[in-house]
Design a protein around this ligand. Structure first.
Ligand code: SF4
Length: 332
């Protein structure tokens, strides 16, 4: 179904999976008066989720730095002089110990990220053992390891992997401005393979990389027109890192960022929209607006893969002030 947005178009009209978004329709929603946009997003949010519950994920870098890819935003690329020291793959027992601590602190999903273009055959046994070990703790498991082949995806699924994170980062048009070592189509290929393997998809992008508003809109159109909406949609606000090509990128204006969250919520009403990297640069009020616009997942802990994140105490305090509670695993 394709439809132009009529002022009376209800949010339910966008719920059904075969709804094919056009850039024009998405742009019309994105440019609605702010209060109308937030009202639509919040209405959609309430129809699909408890508006006062936010899912907590914890992220661990299991292999840091030295990545052969050249993503312009990333401190871990071997192409950029960021001073980050490359490490080897973390031992399985250390990963399980860290996951246990995260579970005991309230996280229900454990995300493990490796700075690879793709996993090597020799790494797969350890990666599989990590998934099995974290799963045995009663947590949801998520990994981000770069491009996968079908056999690797099948092994991960068999080990109990719930989610695979593979972001499309930006629009197809802007992609080559940010990354030259792989294509937008490569990303879509891995996403399709992950979906076919029965692993849930975590896929979003980054805003504030010098892109135009239309790139943010087109990124969301690509995500919303996948055969299934990604179950998790992380929206990151760029943390500019010295030594990367995007070190001087102009920050996105907060109201624009909230519009992106609201549009993601309206276009993918049943997905968890995650407020990911960049929360350290957001005020409490901006985060509160993002939650109102439909964000219902965050990363907790002091660090993301390599960047700072608000500590648990700060998040607990913000949740208390907003009357937000962590989402239980059963509700996810
Ligand atoms: S974002 Fe991932 S793939 Fe790109 S350089 Fe960083 S670690 Fe490598």
């Amino acid at each position: 179904m394709t439809a132009e947005l009529h002022p009376n178009t209800t949010v339910e009209a966008f719920d059904s999976a075969p709804y094919q978004w056009t850039r024009e329709t998405a742009q019309t929603v994105y440019e609605l008066p702010f209060n109308d946009l937030l009202f639509r997003a919040q209405t959609s949010h309430r129809e699909n989720f408890d508006p006062n519950k936010v899912q907590l994920s914890r992220l661990l870098s299991i292999k840091t730095g030295g990545c052969p890819e050249d993503c312009g935003y990333c401190s871990q690329s071997a192409h950029h002089e960021t001073g980050l020291k490359a490490s080897k793959l973390t031992e399985v027992r250390r990963v399980i110990a860290e996951a246990t601590k995260a579970r005991d602190a309230g996280a229900t999903r454990y995300c493990m990220g490796a700075a690879w273009r793709n996993p090597k055959a020799r790494d797969m046994d350890a990666v599989v053992a990590m998934v099995e070990g974290v799963k045995a703790l009663g947590m949801e498991t998520c990994m981000t390891l770069g491009m996968l082949d079908l056999e690797q995806a099948a092994r991960l699924k068999h080990a109990g992997l719930d989610y695979y994170n593979h972001n499309i980062d930006t629009s197809e048009r802007y992609y080559s401005e940010i990354i030259s070592t792989r294509s937008f189509a490569d990303r879509l290929d891995t996403l399709e393979l992950v979906r076919q393997s029965g692993i849930k998809v975590c896929c979003g992008g980054i805003v504030g990389m010098g892109e135009e508003p239309v790139d943010r809109i087109e990124m969301l159109v690509t995500l919303a027109n996948l055969p299934e909406h990604p179950q998790s949609v992380p929206i990151n606000m760029l943390i500019p890192i010295a030594g990367t090509p995007l070190a001087e990128a102009k920050p996105i204006e907060p109201i624009e960022f909230v519009r992106v969250i609201a549009l993601a919520r309206i276009m993918m009403p049943k997905s968890h929209v995650r407020l990911s990297a960049g929360r350290t640069a957001m005020t409490d009020e901006m985060q509160a607006l993002c939650f109102f616009a439909g964000a219902n997942s965050i990363f907790v802990g002091d660090t993301l893969l390599t960047a700072d994140n608000p500590g648990e105490d700060k998040d607990t305090l913000l949740f208390r002030r907003l009357g937000i509670e962590p989402m239980e695993l059963e509700a996810q």
